[in-house]
Design a binder for this molecule. Structure first.
Ligand code: BGC
Length: 452
């Protein structure tokens, strides 16, 4: 029996994003974001919840950094709010907005916690939304100007950058099904948004190459797709589902072409110029971030447009509060798949975690969350298995450091390692936080033996 041991230098962290934790959305001259607008629109979020206060991290950042150090974290993935830095999206820089991130980064470094900064985690300046948002081809230039300003301010202290978080969710939830800002529902808009996201990503990476000194990457959410049967219809549905979600951004960004299935999925709505320009979307990156939560067993479903696939619920397995199946082996599979399809770009799991019902904070400050502990244990073991199979996995970020604003689900779903009392803002580490700290301290030995 050999204990699990992650490689030396493996980066252990936790993640959050600006709109989900910061609160004070209009403080110090910040502009309105699309999420501020969306969450303040009736019926768009559970319970009408907004990010107005969230975890009040904009004011409590120093305590939160101290908390990260107490938990033993070595890295922190956070995002920068575009509308704090450029209140109108372009043009005038709001120095006070940048100052917030400078203070945060300095505090992290003082505690030996490596900053990992995401430039875009879904909060677009509302002024840019008024100009078409991700539908306007100019967005690639707006994004690059914003990115360049942030690189100039912080690249001397931020060793790891990513351009976009989960472009698939921006396209699908924001422009296809309308569950996220800006709340559009259009099969015509969706592929144009994807293309502009990819153009913005590539342009920002190019800009980074001329001024940056560290490492820049992209973060995608991958949900491995398994055909429900070997019927040809289900196998074809699996390929469509995989193309729509898992190859949609990685193929253009890393291989310079769109998957063929996208033309079939979008039909007439597919923009011809996207294919003509696909080669320009390829731009070498230094690392790739993968957000993994669940898998999907998929079958042909002609009624479910445009992908024509449906999820087959796996009733025998545990599901999280989000309704997502818990299936750790798919994490190993997806990491191996990425290596096989895209080659040896260094990988990081940039999000993994679970929302479960948590009991109230008990006397003595205990939050017992056995399902979340099991989720982390089994997924970290699956991550280690991928390393054993030769995947160049360099780090892991738990989602999330804090219970926070879960987008259209508001505060109803709790993903935190740390419980947040939304009335008092008291932070209470859950048992999963202590468990994760033990894993970090022991380089994985707290996960048990590698042989089962
Ligand atoms: C996002 C997070 C979100 C998490 C859980 C990811 O899609 O990047 O912002 O909170 O999943 O839904």
């Amino acid at each position: 029996m050999t204990d699990i041991r992650f490689p030396d230098g493996f980066l252990w962290g936790a993640a959050t994003s600006a709109y989900q934790v910061e609160g004070s959305p209009l403080a110090d001259g910040a502009g309105v974001s699309n999420w501020h607008r969306f969450s303040h629109t009736p019926r768009m979020t559970h319970n009408g919840d907004t990010g107005d206060v969230a975890c009040d991290h904009y004011r409590r950042w120093a305590d939160d950094v101290a908390l990260m150090a107490d938990l033993g974290l070595r890295a922190y993935r956070f995002s920068i709010s575009w509308s704090r830095v450029f209140p109108e999206g372009t043009g005038r820089v709001n120095r006070a907005g940048l100052d917030f991130y400078e203070r945060l980064v300095d505090a992290l470094l003082e505690r030996g916690i490596a900053p990992n900064a995401t430039l875009y985690h879904w909060d677009l300046p509302a002024a840019l939304d008024d100009r078409g948002g991700w539908l306007n081809p100019d967005v690639a230039g707006w994004f690059t100007d914003y990115a360049t300003t942030v690189f100039r301010a912080l690249d001397d202290r931020v060793p790891m950058w990513s351009t976009l978080n989960e472009p698939w969710v921006v396209m699908h939830a924001g422009y296809m099904v309308g569950e996220h800002a800006p709340g559009h529902r259009s099969t015509w808009e969706a592929p144009r948004v994807s293309h502009n996201l990819l153009r913005a990503h590539a342009a920002a990476v190019r800009a980074y190459r001329s001024i940056g000194r560290n490492r820049i990457g992209l973060v995608v959410n991958l949900e491995p797709k398994y055909a429900a049967s070997d019927r040809p219809e289900d196998v074809a549905a699996q390929a469509r589902a995989e193309a729509y979600m898992n190859r949609h951004y990685l193929d253009p960004a890393l291989l310079g072409r769109y998957p063929d299935e996208l033309r079939e999925i979008f039909g007439e709505a597919w923009p011809a110029h996207a294919d003509a320009e696909a080669a320009d979307l390829r731009e070498p990156i230094d690392w790739l971030g993968i957000n993994y939560y669940t898998r999907s067993v998929t079958r042909d479903d002609p009624s479910d447009l445009p992908v024509r696939e449906g999820r087959v619920r796996q009733d025998r397995h545990t599901h999280t509060e989000m309704g997502w199946e818990v299936h750790p082996p798919a994490l190993t599979d997806v990491l191996v798949w990425v290596r096989e399809r895209y080659g040896d770009v260094p990988l990081y799991i940039t999000e993994n975690g679970a929302a479960f019902y948590d009991p109230p904070v008990a006397r003595g400050g205990e939050v017992d969350d056995p399902l979340r502990v099991a989720y982390y244990r089994d997924h970290l073991r699956a991550a280690h298995e991928a390393i054993r199979r030769g995947v160049d996995l360099r780090g892991y970020f738990a989602w999330s450091l804090l219970d926070n604003f879960e987008w259209s689900a508001g505060f109803a779903k709790r993903f935190g390692l740390v419980h947040v009392d939304l009335e008092t803002q008291t932070r209470t580490p859950k048992r999963s936080a202590r468990f994760y700290g033990d894993v970090i301290r022991t380089h994985g030995a707290a996960l048990g033996s590698a042989d089962g």
